[in-house]
Design a protein around this ligand. Sequence first.
Ligand SMILES: C[S@@+](CC[C@H](N)C(=O)[O-])C[C@H]1O[C@@H](n2cnc3c(N)ncnc32)[C@H](O)[C@@H]1O
Length: 154
Amino acid sequence: MRLKLLWVGKTQESWVRTGIEEYAGRIRRYLPLEILEAREEKGAQAAAMRERECERLAKLIPKGGRLVLLDERGEAMTSPELASFLSKNRDQGTQDLVFAIGGAYGFTDQFRSQAFKSISLSRMTLTHQMVRVFLLEQIYRGFTIINCEPYHHE
Ligand SMILES: C[S@@+](CC[C@H](N)C(=O)[O-])C[C@H]1O[C@@H](n2cnc3c(N)ncnc32)[C@H](O)[C@@H]1O
């Protein structure tokens, strides 16, 4: 299985980039991980920005990729539940597990309808930049749980 993380726009803050590099490096000990950035839309109405950004995200999904959205209205999961989702996908032979984080205005309904699953990290709205680090840390935590490594404590 390969992991792909899709998001909108460059990572602005250096301290967020440091977190991304740290956890992406840790995840790559377990499986290939690719991070793909869709161009951020600027200067349009919110609905048009959302629409264009989602079109760009959709183009980055590999054929047959299983799309998982990060969405505050998604399913709340524990870290062991995320670990189990990752291991099930690996064992079922999912080739590309694709996590997508929306831009500042989120996802269109059309893009949402393509998703296999939507995951919420919290009921609060988080910045689309910081979600990158939180998601990567949870995926890393998931692999330490799968491999019974001493990182996650119940
Ligand atoms: C600023 S939020 C977008 C808010 C937008 N109003 C909406 O309703 O989706 C930008 C992106 O960050 C991610 N995000 C923000 N908070 C989240 C949360 N609590 N759980 C999961 N993803 C979240 C989602 O991918 C979202 O599309």
